[in-house]
Design a protein around this ligand. Structure first.
Ligand SMILES: [Cu+2]
Length: 136
């Protein structure tokens, strides 16, 4: 019971954070990304650092995808992990069902490089990934 309560609190905090960050006034910019034939378009983005960016991801495919933004370690974790659904409670991690548009807000530090990708089985290996260059 105590364990369940702890999970509920974490979930509530996560939802509050994502909800807050996903309001348009909280993000300093918006970037639109299209998923087409299991590829991200664009696959290379350059953004200024130290800002919250709203990613609007349109899945034009008839199959589900996901959009995970983060460093290499984050990508590795998802590639080898078992999470098959991302409800948006973690900034930068969303499932994007077939034919839908889903939004997430992610804070960019910088400078450096981030990656985004889909880790449904075989998608990353197929090339469903992109690079964000974050300037200072
Ligand atoms: Cu995919």
């Amino acid at each position: 019971m105590r364990f369940v309560a702890a999970i509920a609190v974490v979930a509530a905090l996560g939802a509050a954070g994502a909800g807050c960050a996903s309001r348009s006034e909280a993000a300093s910019g918006t970037i639109e990304i299209e998923i087409h034939h299991s590829r991200f378009v664009p696959a290379r983005i350059s953004l200024g650092g130290h800002q919250s960016m709203r990613f609007v991801v349109h899945n034009t495919d008839p199959i589900d995808h996901e959009f995970i933004v983060g460093d290499q370690a984050t990508q590795d974790r998802h590639e080898h992990g078992t999470e098959d659904h991302h409800d948006g409670s973690v900034p930068g991690e969303i499932s994007v069902p077939a034919g839908t548009t889903v939004t997430t807000t992610y804070h960019l530090d910088g400078p450096g490089q981030l990656l985004y990708g889909c880790h449904l089985p075989g998608h990353w290996a197929y090339g469903m990934r992109g690079v964000i260059r974050v300037s200072s």
